[in-house]
Every structure is written in structure tokens, then in C-alpha cells.
Design a protein around this ligand. Structure first.
Ligand code: IGP
Length: 469
């Protein structure tokens, strides 16, 4: 029997004798508002006076004062250890904290036994509650999960090993905690959460639990792709830690390719995207000449590149990269391509087909949309897709490339757009007059710089960049 089971059995006996509140009277009705606990990043700091491994380390800790300190440091999620005999907490801590800090989102951390425990947590003001997978029979665990959800709370499901993951696989919990502490001998294995995580193959937030004592530990968890950390002892002992962890997790969240693109701005020149790149030589040249963005065609085209090409040849992280796709209405972005973005091989997706705005957003990766100017309606789309839209085949038609000419009224509207992104038919010959007439924020060039489809001309590339300055 490990300590977890011992604590659970002890609590079970006490509940049988004293009822679910143990020494505390359970309110008949919940007073505190329900505050959402389900959205990350999760820097969950714990109100914890001690533990079975360390004994008391903050015997005199005042629960409300501690929770207020967390709140003042920017912490949005607080865990309250309500277990009495091994962790020196009580349900009263939860009730008091929720009374004094009603807008704080709090998790009840205890060795919960059944549905009544879940309902009790709700009545006492919990917004979330811990379910320890190994201590609960499968069906009971599932019903405790759903009962809490029904009440509007967020269950945090803790797993410790592969068997636990198998047990909850069908439940597919949306937030999972993995403890780095082995409860048999209390040793911390920092890699344990990473190892166990590999068995979880559904989308969810995974929290790294225990043993976090510094900002660097937080960075390690963040960079290993955890959605957050659960910190007890050191959040209590080191006053600066909660705030530091909040900024660690804010950083990962605000990583944003737009910010990088805008930082790469060069004065007196629009942003430049070189598109249709198919080989390393052209990529290197575009980077050397100072392109802001490189474009790779992932749709049917003479310039189409394979996913492996992007993964193996274009790994220079200094430059932003966009994958161009053409989807029909209702078609989803493929998982392979999404993965390229998640893994950092690509920074954006450019949608070039009939995707709706909602579909672009739902694919969940940074994007912008290209639209072709055909009529006034396509210009209206410019606004509906957000601040920046690429106008494909814009100057091509105007400059006679396609033989069609665009209604002057439409070009006038486009010209007045401060965020004008232009593409289509740009080349060394027409670029300076296009810049002068339209003052685009961004230009996109591909075939105009080619020797033949898929191969850029070095001379044209150099000349083009010269024209821009
Ligand atoms: O104090 P630490 O090492 O930061 O750990 C906090 C928390 O993860 C730990 O208290 C914990 C994780 N899972 C639990 C389950 C029950 C009781 C306690 C816990």
C-alpha cells in the first residue's frame, strides 16, 4: 500500500464516522459564484501547510492571506489542499478563501471518494476538483467526472502511470495532471510527466505537478509543452516564485508570429514575401536579400513542395515561413500541415481557396487569407477576413498580365486601404510603379522572379530588392 492509498483509506474511515465535512459544517447552498477554471495557461499555486514527506513547512499559514498573495502575483488558479491529517488543511480553508476572494478560481485538492464528495466541493465553493485516477474504480471515476461537469465545475484528473492513462482513455479528460513525485518513496523524477504524457493521445491540457521550485523549472515544463504547472511547497516558501511562473507561462502564450513579422519591418519598404520556393539555393538567396517571409506551396502546383522538404531543408528559424494551401469550402487543413506549424517549421498558413473565415479560425493555426479581386464583393471580403488580406492577381490584371482590367473604382478602394497586401504579377519591371501608386504594406512575389517554374533567377531577385529601396 502506498501513501496515497493510506491517506485515502484514512479519509474514508473518517467520512464514515464524521460525515463528508469531517470537522466542518457543509453549507446547504453554494454562495460563491462559479469561476471558470478550464482555461490555461495554468499556473496553479497551492495553499499547502505541509505534506507527508516534508511534515509541516508552513504551520501558521493563513489561507486567505496566502490566496490573496497568489492573486496579487497574477495567479488565476489556486489549489487548496483540504485534506486534514497528512496535509494539515480543511474544507474551512476552501470556504474562507471563496468567501473573501470570490472571483478567484479554486481547485479542491483532496482524496475525494464519491459523488457526495464532488457535490460537497461544489457547495463549499470549489470551481474545480481533483480526481486521483488510481484511487477510484473506473465507473465511479467517470460518474464523478460527469457529475462535477454537470454542476459547472472543472475536473482535474491526475494520472501516475500507463495504467491510469488507459483507465481514463475513454473519458478523454480535457485537463490532466501528471505528478513528478513518486508517491511510494517521495522522490521527484523531473522527466516522469514527459514519459507518462506520451501515452496520452487525445487533445487536452496537461499540467506538470510537483517539485517545481524555480523559474527554470517552470520554463522546462513550458518548453516541454505542458499547459501549466501545479506548485505547492515552493509557492508558499518563495514569495517571488508565483509571479515569475506567471510570466514564464505568459511568454509561451504570447509567442505570436505576427509580432515577429512586424518586428522584421524595414523602413521605407513594404514587407516582402518571396513565394513558390522549391529549393534550398533560392531560399538562401531570399534570406540573404532580406525577405520578411518565405512562402511554400503545399497545394497542387508546379511549385508544390513536399512536407519532408520543409522539415529537412528549411529549418532556418531566423526567418518566418508560410505554407500556402487551397481548400474547398468545408475542407479541413490536414493534420500533417498543422503539425508543421505546431513544430515550428511554418509560422503561418495562407489560405488560397474557398475557406470561410470561420473555417480558417477553426483550423487553429496563425493564418491570413488570400482573395482575388473580381468585383466589389471581393473587396468587401477584405474587411471580413481581418486587418490584412492578400489580394491575389491584383496587379496582374491591372498590368495586363491576364488581359482583364479591373474596374477603376475597385482599385481606388484598394489603394486607400492602409493595410494593403498585394500579390500577383509583380516583377522587376512593374514594382516601382506599383509601390508608388498603391503604397502597399506588403508585397508577395513569385513567378515574376523565375527563370522557369520553381526556379528563381538570381539576377531578377537582386534587381527586385534593389528596386524596393
Ligand atoms: O509541493 P509541490 O512539490 O510543489 O507539489 C504540489 C502538488 O503537486 C502536490 O501537493 C500534489 C500533487 N498531487 C497530489 C495529490 C494529493 C495531494 C497532493 C498532491
Amino acid at each position: 500500500m502506498d501513501i496515497r492509498e493510506e491517506i485515502s483509506n484514512n479519509r474514508k474511515k473518517r467520512v464514515e464516522r464524521e460525515g463528508y465535512g469531517l470537522s466542518i459544517t457543509i453549507p446547504e447552498k453554494r454562495e460563491a459564484p462559479l469561476i471558470d477554471f478550464s482555461k490555461g495557461p495554468f499556473v496553479i499555486c497551492e495553499v499547502k501547510r505541509g505534506s507527508p514527506s516534508k511534515g509541516h513547512f508552513a504551520k501558521e499559514l493563513d489561507e486567505v492571506e496566502q490566496a490573496t498573495k497568489y492573486w496579487d502575483s497574477g495567479v488565476k488558479h489556486v489549489s487548496i489542499l483540504t485534506e486534514e491529517d497528512y496535509f494539515y488543511g480543511s474544507l474551512q480553508d476552501l470556504i474562507n478563501i471563496k468567501k473573501r476572494c470570490p472571483t478567484l478560481s479554486v481547485l479542491r485538492k483532496d482524496f475525494l471518494l464519491d459523488l457526495t464528495d464532488v457535490e460537497t466541493s461544489y457547495l463549499c465553493g470549489a470551481d474545480a476538483y481533483l480526481l486521483i485516477t488510481s484511487l477510484l474504480d473506473r465507473d465511479l471515476l467517470y460518474s464523478m467526472y460527469w457529475r462535477g461537469k454537470e454542476l459547472g465545475m472543472t475536473p482535474l484528473v491526475e494520472v501516475h502511470d500507463k495504467d491510469d492513462v488507459e483507465k481514463v482513455r475513454e473519458l478523454r479528460p480535457s485537463i490532466i495532471g501528471i505528478n513528478s513525485r513518486d508517491l511510494k518513496n517521495f522522490t521527484i523524477d523531473p522527466l516522469r510527466p514527459l514519459k507518462i504524457r506520451s501515452y496520452i493521445d487525445w487533445e487536452c491540457d496537461i499540467i506538470y505537478e510537483s517539485g517545481i521550485s524555480s523559474k527554470e523549472d517552470g520554463e522546462f515544463a513550458r518548453d516541454s509543452n505542458f499547459s501549466g504547472v501545479l506548485v505547492g511547497e515552493w509557492a508558499v516558501k518563495k514569495e517571488s516564485l508565483p509571479g515569475e511562473l506567471v510570466s514564464v507561462f505568459e511568454k509561451s502564450r504570447v509567442y505570436n508570429p505576427w509580432e515577429r513579422l512586424f518586428n522584421s519591418y524595414k523602413e521605407n519598404r513594404p514587407f516582402i514575401k518571396i513565394c513558390g520556393l522549391t529549393n534550398k539555393e533560392d531560399v538562401d538567396l531570399a534570406v540573404d536579400l532580406g525577405a520578411n517571409l518565405l512562402g511554400f506551396i503545399l497545394a497542387e502546383s508546379p511549385r508544390k513542395v513536399e512536407i519532408d522538404f520543409i522539415k529537412t531543408q528549411i529549418i532556418d528559424k531566423r526567418i518566418l515561413k508560410v505554407g500556402v494551401v487551397v481548400l474547398s469550402k468545408g475542407e479541413k487543413l490536414s493534420d500533417d500541415i498543422k503539425q508543421l506549424v505546431y513544430d515550428g517549421y511554418l509560422d503561418f498558413i495562407q489560405y488560397h481557396g474557398d475557406e470561410t473565415l470561420k473555417e480558417c479560425i477553426n483550423n487553429g493555426v496563425p493564418f491570413y487569407k488570400a482573395i482575388s479581386i473580381k468585383n466589389r464583393e471581393s473587396l468587401n471580403k477584405m474587411n471580413s477576413y481581418g486587418p490584412v488580406v492578400l489580394l491575389d492577381s491584383f496587379s496582374a490584371s491591372k498590368r495586363g498580365g491576364t488581359g482583364k482590367s479591373i474596374d477603376r473604382k475597385l482599385t481606388a478602394i484598394a489603394r486607400n486601404n492602409p493595410n494593403l497586401w498585394l500579390a500577383g504579377g509583380l516583377n522587376t519591371e512593374n514594382i516601382s510603379s506599383v509601390l508608388e501608386e498603391f503604397k502597399p504594406e506588403f508585397i508577395d512575389v513569385s513567378s515574376g522572379l523565375e527563370l522557369y517554374p520553381g526556379k528563381k533567377s538570381k539576377e531578377k531577385m537582386i534587381k527586385f530588392f534593389k528596386e524596393l529601396i
